[in-house]
Write a protein that binds this ligand. Structure first.
Ligand SMILES: [Zn+2]
Length: 474
């Protein structure tokens, strides 16, 4: 089994000591995972990205207009941008000095910005974007094998600066507008809703808008040529009809249509379990490239050509990426140390889907995975694995087993009520593990918190509770 963005299994990294209850407190920069990414000096309101891409040269010409608010008195604004060169920079319309060092931009503000002051940054930049080298492989903007020189974005966790200047924190979420110009005959896809296509003969500009809010690492643009199909699903929680759109290389159309065909049923099931679908639309993009893992880009998950076989051999991942729209995208991480809140939840949704369609029950899968976990090293704290081990297999499976243990303990009614309320209370925001423990405790007082603490903060693997008869169906 493989799962999204688990690009490498890296062992032996030092654990970062952290008291369990500290995880939700304001993280000092030194305590954060990947502290060189992102800034706590400001937060972002919106990104407006104008991108012109030339597939023959691979050159990107970009203009980013970023609206933000100072969170402390600012004399300079710090942004993340990798490998691309800035040629103009303005703050509140005034040309400013910009210093570019490694993957950082520092813009001197024309005046002191007091805490709470809204401001606007405009950055003109360009070059040939490349993925960022990270402990998890090369991540971010990349080219596909499409004969038309297509591109994709798979940026989790650190690849967003490969294509636009941003505050690269998972908890700095904003509204996005994309205006992507490509040669006539090419397609441009991006998160959210297509607002306009405007051609001028040789090129065409595709405008998308996504109110989000969305973390930078979940933003994505795909270019090239695609076939498309549309679908509709009924949101079981609200009765709303959610529109979906899949895109794939024409050569894979038949297989992709079959492999992705049960997304409407998935959406129906998930909205029944977890509450309303959080965004305006959904879709899956299959790119003409092999990917290590699919990625749950917001409203528009990306799959590699290797994840399409015409036999639903990877359907668990189709369910996994859709589940992330609730858990990971709508409810975001406070910090990457809490990655199990994304991956444990999405993995458990794979098991629920299996149970729902009459295949192995979640309980059967949990007990099998528990056996693997028992046979492996127990040297990882799921809720604080160390930054190089955020995609360790055990984050996925032990995290999912922790949720299953909670379900067995609470019973289905309270468990799914707890999951729905977790999404409802943190929708569009960010949360950490300590908040989840406190939340679960409300549904099973004096039980949930110690249970989760053993699963998430101790290295030794706890036992799974005995199965309850009523837990056999979701
Ligand atoms: Zn995932």
């Amino acid at each position: 089994m493989t799962r999204c963005t688990r690009r490498a299994l890296i062992r032996g990294a030092a654990l970062v000591p952290l008291a369990a209850t500290a995880a939700d407190q304001m993280l000092r920069s030194a305590d954060r995972y990947f502290a060189s990414h992102g800034s706590y000096d400001h937060h972002t309101v919106s990104y407006d990205l104008r991108l012109a891409y030339d597939p023959s040269s691979g050159m990107l010409d970009g203009r980013a207009r970023i609206r933000a608010v100072a969170d402390r008195p600012l004399r300079r604004v710090e942004l993340d941008l990798a490998r691309l060169t800035v040629h103009t920079a303005r703050v509140d319309g005034v040309g400013v000095h910009v210093r570019q060092r490694q993957h950082k931009l520092f813009l001197t503000t024309p005046r002191l910005l007091a805490a709470g002051t809204p401001f606007t940054v405009e950055v003109g930049y360009g070059g040939r974007p490349e993925p960022v080298h990270t402990p998890f492989g090369s991540i971010g903007w990349d080219r596909t094998g499409d004969e038309h020189n297509g591109t994709l974005v798979a940026a989790q966790p650190l690849g967003a600066p490969s294509w636009f200047p941003c505050n690269d924190r998972p908890d700095d979420k904003a509204e996005f507008t994309f205006r992507v110009t490509v040669p006539d005959g090419h397609h441009a896809l991006a998160n959210g809703t297509l607002r306009e296509r405007r051609g001028n003969g040789s090129t065409e500009c595709w405008t998308y808008h996504h109110p989000g809010p969305m973390s930078p690492y979940l933003a994505a643009v795909y270019t090239g040529r695609f076939s498309h199909d549309s679908w509709q699903a009924r949101d079981s929680a609200t009765g709303r009809i959610v529109t979906g759109r899949n895109s794939y290389p024409t050569s894979l159309a038949e297989q992709a249509r079959y492999d992705l065909a049960r997304q409407p049923q998935m959406l129906g099931a998930f909205t029944g379990w977890f509450g309303p679908y959080p965004f305006e639309s959904y879709g899956a993009v299959v790119v003409d490239a092999e990917l290590d893992e699919p990625v749950e880009n917001q409203t528009l998950s990306v799959f590699g050509s290797n994840h399409i076989d015409g036999a639903r051999g990877w359907e668990t991942l189709v369910a996994h990426e859709l589940a992330h729209q609730w858990f990971g995208n709508s409810v975001s991480l406070r910090d990457w140390r809490d990655i199990w809140l994304n991956e444990g939840f999405a993995t458990y949704c794979e098991w629920l889907w299996s149970e729902h369609i009459g295949e192995d029950t979640a309980d059967m899968i949990a007990r099998e995975e528990w056996g693997y976990l028992e046979g492996n090293a127990q040297d990882l704290r799921i809720a604080d694995p160390g930054e190089r081990r955020i995609f360790d297999d055990r984050i996925y499976t032990r995290g999912a087993c922790a949720l299953h243990a909670l379900r067995l303990t609470m019973g289905d009614d309270r468990f799914f009520a707890m999951m729905r309320a977790w999404h409802d209370e943190h929708r569009g925001a960010s949360a950490g593990t300590a908040a989840f423990l406190a939340h679960a405790e409300r549904y099973a007082p004096r039980t949930a918190e110690p249970l989760l603490r053993a699963w998430l903060y101790e290295k030794t693997l706890p036992s799974l509770p005995h199965a309850r008869p009523e837990s056999e169906e979701a």
